[in-house]
Ligand binder design. Structure first.
Ligand code: AMP
Length: 433
């Protein structure tokens, strides 16, 4: 412990820090199965994988995501390294992927460049329903095109992935918040409107009015809801190009028979969005609580320049919140490819047998026979009892005699018939079983 750390040693408990949790066994497989399926869908649609570091220079998020956003202003986990650098645990994937796009000169490749990634993200928010300090996302990013088909593509892919996970009743909410030509006009109108209502809004909103008026529409405080319903809507201020883009996105969705609702209040918390923003949720959760967004995304045509890139890189992306998908009552587990149901229970008897156990297990691994065992147990009955409880169809028994003979006994747990099999014929024998 750091000598300057004056917290009481006795306060230390063997538990995860607040808002964080372990993933053990099945919880891990639930996540892994979902990530595998989502990756498979992405690969079929031409996306390629990327993994960026968990830690990034803090400025990547300050410049990219924006100073006046909750995830940077209030929720960023930052640390100073021993070398004096200021790093942050990534709160989102888009800015890191855009950084990687320029760092590796990917703008020289045929455009767009399409990436998928999955992993943990960190936001120092107060833990609550569907909100953790460490959570997992699956992200899709299409960088290097301003075409509306890309916006429709990422929305479609999210719906396919969620459907594969059993979530088939989904609501798509969409909006357009314009570009640098038309957004300032909307922002001014919005601020004018809210300024007139300053007494009716919460303290946070009064602050947002000064720093980031668009975020006024994001406010969840009940006090501000009424003011919000009368607020000017972004789509009435769209310039011709933005209007055309939005119209095309909606036409693509209609052509794909994706129903959607335009939500005038949807602006999303992050600064870098331009034009299309969207969220996907289930109509309402099992407990009847308000629907939490399962996925959210949009277009971010100015992020590259905000990060200091010499050239613009129009792009669109989406992030799916994996914990929220898994917690949906509709979620149907997707078994990871790696996870194999054990077909064999391996039993060893005697010290010699224990010593040869790993050799037998290796023969079975090479023959791709998934197995289970309990190497700490000694007696036949204890090990058979576990095999029976696990309903494993075959046991392989290795005793002192078998070690000497280079054999094992294969027992059919249903018929209770047994056969002695030479080790070098074991894989072949099991194949026939
Ligand atoms: P965002 O990057 O904020 O657009 O989030 C994209 C998705 O990630 C959301 O729709 C949620 O499903 C999920 N998500 C965001 N923040 C959290 C969190 N703190 N805990 C769990 N899931 C989250």
């Amino acid at each position: 412990m750091n000598p300057s750390d004056n917290r009481n040693k006795n306060d230390f408990k063997l538990q995860t820090a607040k808002g964080l949790r372990d993933l053990i066994g099945d919880d891990y497989y639930l996540l892994q199965g979902l990530v595998e399926k989502a990756s498979e869908v992405a690969i079929y649609y031409g996306f390629r994988p990327i993994a960026t570091p968990i830690l990034e220079d803090e400025r990547l998020f300050r410049q990219g995501v924006g100073q006046y956003t909750d995830i940077v202003e209030k929720e960023l986990y930052t640390l100073r390294t021993r070398g004096g650098d200021r790093l942050a645990l990534r709160p989102e994937a888009t800015a890191p992927i855009m950084r990687a796009y320029f760092e590796h000169g990917l703008q020289a490749e045929p455009q767009p460049v399409m990436f998928y990634t999955a992993g943990p993200f960190f936001r120092h928010d107060s833990p609550q329903r569907g909100r953790f300090r460490e959570f997992h996302q699956f992200d899709l990013e299409v960088i290097g095109t301003s075409k509306s088909i890309a916006d429709a593509l990422v929305i479609r892919l999210v719906l396919i992935i969620l459907k594969e996970a059993g979530l088939n009743q989904l609501a798509v909410e969409i909006n357009s918040i314009g570009d640098r030509d038309c957004r300032p006009i909307f922002r001014r109108e919005l601020a004018n409107y809210y300024r007139k209502q300053a007494r009716q809004i919460c303290a946070d909103c009064r602050e947002r009015l000064k720093t980031n008026p668009l975020r006024l529409l994001d406010c969840k405080n009940p006090k501000c809801q009424e003011v919000k319903t009368e607020a000017p809507s972004a789509i009435s201020f769209l310039c011709h190009a933005c209007k055309q883009h939005f119209k095309e996105v909606l036409e693509y969705l209609e052509a794909m028979e994706i129903s959607y609702a335009i939500n005038n209040n949807l602006v999303r918390g992050l600064d870098y969005y331009t034009r299309t923003v969207f969220e996907i949720s289930e109509p309402s959760d099992a407990a009847g609580g308000p629907a939490l967004a399962l996925a959210g995304g949009g277009r971010y045509d100015y992020l590259a320049r905000a990060l200091g890139a010499k050239k613009a890189a129009p792009a669109v992306g989406v992030a799916i919140g994996l914990e929220r998908v898994i917690q949906s009552p509709k979620f149907t587990r997707l078994t990871p490819r790696l996870l194999k149901k054990p077909k064999v229970f391996f039993i060893q008897l005697s010290l010699e047998a224990k010593m040869h156990s790993l050799q037998v297990i290796e023969i079975l691994r090479r023959a791709r026979v998934p197995l289970s065992h309990s190497l700490s147990k000694d007696s036949l009955s204890a090990q058979l009892a576990i095999a029976e409880k696990m309903k494993i169809p075959y046991t392989i028994i290795l005793g002192q005699k078998e070690v000497i003979d280079g054999t094992v006994i294969v027992r059919d747990m249903n018929t209770r018939s047994q056969a002695t099999v030479k080790l070098n014929k074991l894989a072949e024998y099991l194949e026939k079983c």
